[in-house]
Design a binder for this molecule. Structure first.
Ligand code: GSH
Length: 216
């Protein structure tokens, strides 16, 4: 009965896995979720995807989707009740997500794990990350969401990373000049959708009963 469902390998706190779960949830599709420990990756997971990165979606026919953004698109292309996909925003969406996933993600990692990068002080890494915060703040000064007056793919693909950046030093973020960004982030974090994808998941083990996502 569970064999015909896609299988999502996930890790609760991973921002890439969050964006995949957000799209899967809004699409209304049902999958099985295997919460894995990144320090102890199950062999079935590595057999499905030798990269060893979450999220990974294994389709019933055996096809494996290894990139979080592709998982989002796979789900939304089947069912997109809130119209997160908007063909008129395609270019801008790709550009923004690309910047998030490349330059900003690197700055975020340096800022969060600054002890591993002693070449510069943490404040320098934060300043580098602020270039992207400024870009987003400018967009949010013009519209309620990043690219439109409603939530679209860009918001949901980027939000988990801004959440992580904000979480490194919440006091700093709370008094930072990014007022529209703060409001945007807080409203998304407090949304029923985000809360619904963040329950504490029990780590999956071989022979354990499968867990549905969303939960039954
Ligand atoms: N390109 C991947 C990146 C995913 C990624 O880097 N995930 C991290 C966790 S947030 C991971 O699994 N890292 C492997 C590890 O920590 O062993 C995607 O967009 O899905």
């Amino acid at each position: 009965m569970t064999d015909n469902l896609p299988l999502l390998y996930s890790f609760r706190r991973c921002p890439y896995a969050m964006r995949a779960r957000l799209a899967l949830k809004i699409s209304g599709l049902r999958v099985l979720l295997r919460e894995i420990k990144l320090s102890q990756k199950p062999s079935v997971f590595l057999e499905a995807s030798s990269k060893g990165e979450v999220p990974v979606l294994v389709l019933p026919g055996g096809k494996v989707i290894e990139e979080s953004l592709d998982i989002m698109l796979w789900a939304l292309n089947q069912h997109d009740p809130e119209a997160w996909l908007d063909s008129t925003l395609k270019e801008q969406t790709s550009r923004l997500i690309r910047e998030n996933d490349s330059t900003f993600k690197q700055h975020l990692d340096h800022y969060k794990y600054f002890e591993r990068f002693p070449e510069a002080p943490q404040s320098e890494y934060r300043k580098q990350g602020e270039t992207f915060l400024n870009t987003l703040e400018d967009l949010l000064q013009q519209k309620k969401y990043l690219l439109a007056e409603r939530c679209t793919l860009a918001d949901m693909a980027i939000m988990p990373f801004i959440r992580q950046f904000a979480g490194v030093d919440r006091d700093w973020f709370n008094q930072s000049p990014y007022q529209a960004l703060r409001q945007w982030l807080d409203s998304l974090i407090e949304s029923d959708l985000f809360i619904s994808i963040m329950p504490k998941y029990v780590f999956w083990q071989q022979n354990q009963q499968e867990v549905f996502f969303p939960a039954e």
